[in-house]
Design a protein around this ligand. Structure first.
Ligand code: NAP
Length: 270
C-alpha cells in the first residue's frame, strides 16, 4: 500500500479489461480513482476491491459514453473536480466484419464512443489541466491504426484518429507541463472480441498479451517520457523511421502545381 497522493485518475471503461487493470495499477501507484463505465455494479465491486487492497479513495460514475448526456456529465466532472490529475481515455469498442453489409447503427455508436467521447473528454482534460499547469492524458489507440489495410471495417479508422489526434495534442502541448501519451495495444486478452462478436480463438497465443503486462509496459513507457507507446514493438526505431519518412514528404505535400506525373501544362498567362 502506498501513502503517496497523486490526485485522482479518471479511467473510462474501467469495468473490465485494460481499463480495470489501469485502475488497479494507478491505485497501486498512489492515485485515488474515478471509475467510469456503464455497468455500475461491476464498478462498485472493483472500487471496493481496490480500496480494500490499497486504501485509496475510489468513486464511480456510471455513464454511457456513446451518448451525449453521458459524455457531458463526465466532461463536467473533469472541469469541476480539481483533484483530477490524470485521464485515461480507454473506453472503446469494435464491430465485427467489413463495412459492406455492416450495421450502420453499430458503426455510429462506435464512432461516438471511440472518437467523439474521447475527443470531448480530452478537450475537457487539457483545458482543466492547463489551468492548473499539471496533468496527464493517456489515450488508448491500437496497433491497427498503423495497418488499417489489414483490418476490414471502420474500427481501424477510429483508432487511426485517436493516434493522429493524440500526436497533434502532444505537439501542441510539448512545451507545457502537461503529459500526453497514446498507447497502441496489439491483441490483448479482454472481453473486447466477445463484445464485438469476433472469434478470437484463431489468433495464435504468442500474439496475445495479458492486460496486466500491457498496462504495466504502458505505464513504464509513460514514466520514461514516451509520447507513443507500442508495448510489444521490440525496437522503437521502427516507429521513428515511419515518422521520419512522413516528415520527408512534407516539402511536397502542398504546392501550387500538381505533380508532373499528371501531365497538366501550366496555363500561359494571356
Ligand atoms: P473490454 O474488456 O471490452 O472493455 C471495454 C470497456 O469499455 C468496458 O469497461 C466497458 O464497460 C467500456 N465501455 C464500452 N462501451 C461503453 C460505453 N458506451 N460507455 C462507457 N463505457 C463503455 O475491452 P478492452 O480490450 O479492455 O478495451 C479497452 C480499450 O483498448 C478500447 O479502446 C479498445 O479499442 C482498446 N484496444 C483493445 C485491444 C484488444 O485486443 N483487447 C487492442 C487494441 C486496443 P461497460 O460495458 O460497463 O460500459
Amino acid at each position: 500500500m502506498s501513502n503517496l497522493s497523486r490526485g485522482t485518475a479518471l479511467v473510462t471503461g474501467a469495468s473490465s479489461g485494460i481499463g480495470r487493470v489501469y485502475a488497479e495499477k494507478l491505485a497501486q501507484r498512489g492515485y485515488d480513482l474515478l471509475l467510469v463505465a456503464r455497468d455500475r455494479s461491476r464498478l462498485d465491486a472493483l472500487a471496493a476491491a481496490i480500496t480494500g487492497a490499497t486504501g485509496r479513495r475510489v468513486s464511480v460514475l456510471a455513464a454511457d459514453l456513446s451518448r451525449a448526456e453521458g459524455v457531458e456529465e463526465v466532461a463536467a466532472r473533469i472541469a469541476s473536480d480539481t483533484e483530477i490529475s490524470l485521464l485515461v481515455n480507454n473506453a472503446g469498442m469494435g464491430t465485427e466484419g467489413p463495412v459492406v453489409g455492416a450495421d450502420a447503427g453499430k458503426i455510429d455508436v462506435m464512432v461516438q464512443l471511440n472518437i467523439a467521447a474521447l475527443t470531448r473528454l480530452s478537450v475537457a482534460a487539457v483545458n482543466a489541466f492547463s489551468g492548473r499547469a499539471v496533468g496527464t492524458l493517456i489515450n488508448i489507440a491500437s496497433v491497427v491504426a498503423l495497418v488499417p489495410e489489414a483490418f476490414p471495417g471502420a474500427y481501424a479508422g477510429t483508432k487511426a484518429y485517436v493516434l493522429a489526434f493524440t500526436q497533434s495534442l502532444h505537439s501542441e502541448l510539448k512545451d507545457s507541463p502537461l503529459r500526453v501519451q497514446a498507447v497502441l495495444p496489439g491483441y490483448t486478452q479482454t472481453e473486447f472480441f466477445d463484445r464485438a462478436g469476433i472469434d478470437a480463438a484463431a489468433v495464435p497465443s504468442e500474439l496475445v498479451m495479458s492486460p496486466e503486462d500491457l498496462v504495466e509496459a504502458a505505464l513504464r513507457g509513460l514514466e520514461a517520457g514516451e509520447a507513443i507507446t507500442i508495448p510489444s514493438l521490440p525496437d522503437m526505431a521502427a516507429w521513428q523511421s515511419v515518422v521520419d519518412d512522413r516528415m520527408r514528404m512534407v516539402p511536397g505535400l502542398s504546392l501550387r502545381r500538381p505533380a508532373a506525373r499528371y501531365g497538366l501544362e501550366e496555363a500561359v498567362p494571356a
